[in-house]
Design a protein around this ligand. Sequence first.
Ligand code: GCB
Length: 593
Amino acid sequence: MLRPQDTTTRERKPLTGLWRFALDGAGEGRSAEWFKGPLANAREMAVPASFNDIAADAAVRDYFGDVWYQTAVRVPRGWDGQRIVLHFESATHRATAWVNDAEVVSHEGGYTPFEAEVTEHVQAGEQARITVVVNNTLSFQTIPPGVIEDTRDGKRQRYFHDFFNYAGLHRPMWLYTTAHAHLTDVTVVTGLDGANGTIEYRTRAKDPGGAEVRVILRDAGGVEVASGTGASGTLAVENVHKWAPGDGYLYDLEAQLVDDGGMVLDSYHQSVGVRTVAVDGARFLINGEPFYFTGFGKHEDLPVIGKGHNDAFLVHDFELLKWIGANSFRTSHYPYAEAVLDYADRQGIVVIDETAAVGLNMGLAGFLSGVQDYTTFSAETINDETRDVHAQAIRELVARDRNHPSVVLWAIANEPESETEAAERYFKPLFDLTRQLDPTRPVGFVNFMFHPYGKCRVSQFGDVLMLNRYYGWYTQTGELQAAELAWEEELKGWASEGKPIIITEYGADTYPGLHAVLPQPWSEEYQVAYLDMNHRVFDRIDAVVGEHVWNFADFATTSGIVRVGGNKKGVFTRDRQPKAAAWALRRRWRRND
Ligand code: GCB
């Protein structure tokens, strides 16, 4: 699937704005065919946004089940004779859409795009009614998983991850056109040979007839530097300007479908950053040079709009990354909006790209939200069907993000159970699948502190070890010396495996404005002392090739006695004000500036 764009042959129209919106608590909308007319009893709802915090209403915030969105759009007059497509950048966690009375598409999974051709259901110049039913329920067969439990107060959605289950239409939606003969896919793989670069490209097309593919590569100044013909091929660039951390240099590859008469039927632009990624022993190499990750696990999480994409915060967050000296982040715990990856490409920020497979660990469940006891992997809980859904989530992530130079590593799950044979059986095929889909990037998963060195049975499959550790917070709380000893001991064990280690999470909840002369947990001083302790350990172990503090900013979670107004491990508050730790990190990460 190609992302909608405006080119000489394609046009798009955003479907963002205020939509009609209704909860469907009784679950009757589908059988009552609510899509067949104006939604009754609807309120207005912003798109893109999570619906949960927009209404000041607990019934909306904690709702699970079907919600309905509807808008009317006038199809541009000039679109007659074109192929017209309805495109969703995401719908969390699943959706079905109708155009006028016709059902056009359904999709499972809350963070990847989907689309449907709607040419035969709309008419240029006329209005079309678009209705979408979005469902946010989580079960043991969804990624991420969850469960509905009976309580004295009725049914409740529980889940096993530590962030609020924001839902809705979080990202932009589009109507767009292509010609009937059109490109359906463009893939690029880049290589380096000394000062020269190579770009292998592959294209696919639908109904091309006799048309042929032509590609033109232009540099950032728009000057043509290479060209080729054929559905696939390799372009060479002499004295290539590499994409590198801190230098988001991009070429533009224009792929065209050209008919016998030389007419361009379709034109699509793919940005290309020429770089290589490799693991060599315990080193992580970008362009053949050792790379050390500094940065954060983040969230898509904002006041009012929840996981709604917002360009102002996108730019602001990257400014803060630069201010603090971060060169990278992880898309914890789901694929982020495509605009985020595009921006990371342009800014030269490195990304660890993660699926939404978070919370496949019943050991954690009770701790976070007091849910009942379950076995993680069993016929009734996480099973083969879940793995199929997980595999599909990996396929869609790789298909969506494989052309981004910023993405250097796939994280196929966060903190799953990994000590058991069942876990080993569950994960082995998913690692194989990821490597088959993308042989050019290392693959890993993020290991949980209670499946430590010597016990984990899944890390054997990873090219890189990614560890989340909270010595001095969840264990040895307030006892940083004891934490330092225990942490170094475990890390030395991992280092003996000879793989690069990225500390994908370490952090301490910190209430902004709480101070203590003798650093006490929750104070700003403790967060600084805790990070210093971690850094002393990392600096003593060569195999550590990265440090991602948990978290960039405070974020919303479910209620629980371990959370005070959400998770407070942010180095910035939820509204992006620095805690003392932000200044301390800036001193460490920018010490060579
Ligand atoms: C973790 C999880 C993350 C949590 C964090 C915490 O290990 O990966 O989702 O928010 O710990 O703060 O407990």
